[in-house]
Design a protein around this ligand. Sequence first.
Ligand code: C5P
Length: 239
Amino acid sequence: MAHRFDSPAERIIVPLDVPDTESARRLIDGIPEVTFWKVGLELFVSSGPEILTYLKAQGKRIFLDLKFHDIPNTMAGACRAAGRYGVDLVTVHATAGLTALQAAVEGAAAAQMTVPNLIAVTVLTSIDARSLAFDLKVPLELSDYALQMALLSQQAGLAGSVCSPHEAELLRRCCGEDWLLICPGVRPEWAQAGDQRRIMTPSDAIAAGANYLVIGRPITQANEPDIAFQRICDELASA
Ligand code: C5P
């Protein structure tokens, strides 16, 4: 059964791309309408679990985007520990391999507080066709490689993939309706692309099959972040 959402706001995950707890709390308090926040490596390394405790206390959902990539035993332990914080989504790298992905699933299932949905990164968006072929020596097209990594993650029992909205249609078709697709690289028409290259508008990304959109700077760097967030929600509602 496909995932259901009560409102467009639930589908937008805003990244806390800030260096410390204080700035993160300012951002969270400044846009109370946002219900789902992403904590990445910089903030987690700097603030530790403190920021997760704060988000939980505010009743927010948490995407812990630490992109684990390690041997099976370590992957299992990291996912079990993530579950102790009560986070909703956790990322791992599909390229860690089948046994490490399976161990991650077992670790998450043994978590005491929540069983987080494990989502695998297929290919980092910073990897282009040239670096895939010449640096990483992978003899596949980018989109085919992303699909193979999604299928491997599915075989291991994960819940979904992080992917570019440009791969969402292919992954939705090949991985089925239940497979969660989380897409960064999303820009409303009125926002600047910044360093994102292969962008898509929020409504096009949802139409392509994305369940969740990770949208940062168009909201967090706006003069009025709450209004920018609402504008995206309104655009999704009328699409
Ligand atoms: O500000 P912007 O909307 O570009 O932020 C996108 C967020 O999604 C950032 O936190 C970025 O690190 C993350 N991300 C990404 N591409 C990926 C995986 C994560 O842009 N493949």
